[in-house]
Design a protein around this ligand. Structure first.
Ligand SMILES: Nc1ncnc2c1ncn2[C@@H]1O[C@H](COP(=O)(O)OS(=O)(=O)O)[C@@H](OP(=O)(O)O)[C@H]1O
Ligand SMILES: [Mg+2]
Ligand SMILES: [Mg+2]
Ligand SMILES: [Mg+2]
Length: 406
């Protein structure tokens, strides 16, 4: 190993001190340029000696993820503008799914594979093609195929022949990976908050990347989220404000927000408040997704004065990452199993902005167990200062309240 680094040091004229301690000299970016430019033997031995000290760079994957989520947002915005009843179907669990959910999933999968042609591709995504393959979905599939092809053509980045209906079904099913603790897996919710999308309210295209079971990057595209803070705004005011936010985060690199129409990214940070009386909290818009009464009792115990801000989807994580509110509480009915795509991107967006997410027992969320999160009771998110008091309020309230069964 020492001799490979010595050889590399000579090639690029590194000072001798670098050989015994390469960390201060090699930035992650330079390290990865070098790693990919030199022979596999040299690069693998450099890699094994430096992996412990230099964080892995996911710049290329992050750029691809942002591009994919922004293009998918364009399709969703067009569908939301002219939503037809025939665009909405009901899945076997009776939850709604639209051509935009399918279209977004196709575009994200397509863009990731085009932008990262040399990387193995594994995608854990919400939708599958089962219902679309049924006879009664013929028109939906036709409309979906046109929507996707029009979006790709209008964007102009990819010179490809139009995708066929068969291609569309195959690309949707590229999202059937089981994820898990080994290797890299993309995690996608093509529209998180489909009910919000149908109401014309908040929704998010949520894309994360797992590496060895850990979320290492995340992108949240929130077409209806105002660029300005939504703290204590009413939904009607939220709907009128200038909107369209793209949040992105990479492990150890912070969280950034930019507008979907291309403003430069700005670094964001969660609220610093230590005082629950100043904190406001987010929860699901849909009472069926999270107990509003339990959140209310936790907030009261903690001393929160402001009323809850109820918005759909992982836009809650995005809003929290820039300090619009200080707390997110989520308590589904007993027996509900949370899916990794409902939290992976939001989790890292908040964590890299200085926040922390855990289950109701204070355990970190574990994304390495496949398509589901295996957790205790609920999910709570806040800043590091408020977490101990929040956990106590949660534990005390849970002792008093029994969640309804499914
Ligand atoms: N019963 C129940 N309990 C808890 N969670 C549920 C439940 N049913 C659905 N879902 C999931 O909630 C996702 C929507 O996220 P939110 O709950 O944050 O949005 S909302 O404010 O309620 O609209 C939603 O994501 P999408 O299906 O992507 O919209 C679901 O995965
Ligand atoms: Mg859904
Ligand atoms: Mg979802
Ligand atoms: Mg969804």
């Amino acid at each position: 190993m020492a001799s490979s680094v010595t050889a590399l040091a000579r090639l690029i004229y590194l000072p001798p001190s670098t050989i015994s301690n390469p960390r201060p000299f090699l930035s992650p970016k330079l390290f990865f340029t070098l790693k990919s430019s030199y022979s596999p033997i040299v690069s693998s031995s450099i890699s094994s000696s430096l992996n412990s000290s230099i964080p892995m760079s996911y710049d290329k994957q992050l750029a691809a993820a942002k591009k994919a989520a922004a293009l998918a947002a364009r399709l969703c915005q067009n569908v939301q503008k002219g939503l037809l009843q025939s665009d909405v179907q009901s899945k076997s669990d009776r939850s709604p799914v639209t051509v935009a959910d399918y279209g977004s999933q196709v575009l994200v999968s397509f863009v990731l594979q085009k932008e990262l042609p040399d990387q193995a591709f594994s995608l854990v995504a919400e939708e599958d093609s089962g219902d679309l393959r049924k006879e009664e979905s013929r028109e939906t599939l036709e409309r979906l195929t046109k929507l996707v092809n029009d979006t790709i053509a209008n964007d102009g980045s990819y010179k490809v022949p139009p995708l066929s209906e068969g291609d569309i079904l195959t690309i949707i099913d590229s999202g059937m990976s089981e994820g898990g603790p080994n290797g890299q897996h993309w995690v996608l919710d093509p529209i998180d908050g489909t009910k919000g999308f149908l109401r014309g309210d908040q929704y998010a295209i949520a894309l994360g990347l797992l590496d060895e079971g850990k979320v290492v990057l995340g992108v949240l595209s929130c077409p209806n989220l105002p660029l300005e803070s939504i703290a204590s705004q009413h939904q009607s005011a939220v709907n009128r404000a200038a909107a369209g936010c793209l949040f992105s985060a990479q492990l150890s690199c912070g969280t950034y927000m930019e507008s979907l129409d291309g403003s430069p990214p700005v670094k964001v940070h969660v609220s610093n408040t230590e005082n629950p009386e100043e904190a406001s909290f987010f929860e699901s818009y849909e009472a069926a997704h999270s107990s509003h009464s339990l959140s209310g009792s936790i907030a009261k115990k903690l001393g929160v004065k402001a009323p809850p801000v109820r918005i759909d989807s992982q836009a809650k994580y995005g809003a929290l990452s820039r300090g619009d509110g200080a707390i997110y509480l989520r308590f589904p009915n007993k027996g509900y199993r949370e899916k990794i795509w409902d939290h992976a991107a939001g989790y890292i967006v908040v964590a890299e902005a200085g926040g922390v997410a855990s289950d109701a027992a204070g355990k970190p969320l574990d994304f390495s167990k496949g398509r589901y999160l295996d957790l205790d009771t609920g999910i709570i998110v806040t800043n590091r200062k408020l977490m101990p008091a929040l956990l106590k309020a949660v534990q005390d309230s849970l002792k008093e309240e029994v969640l309804p069964s499914l």
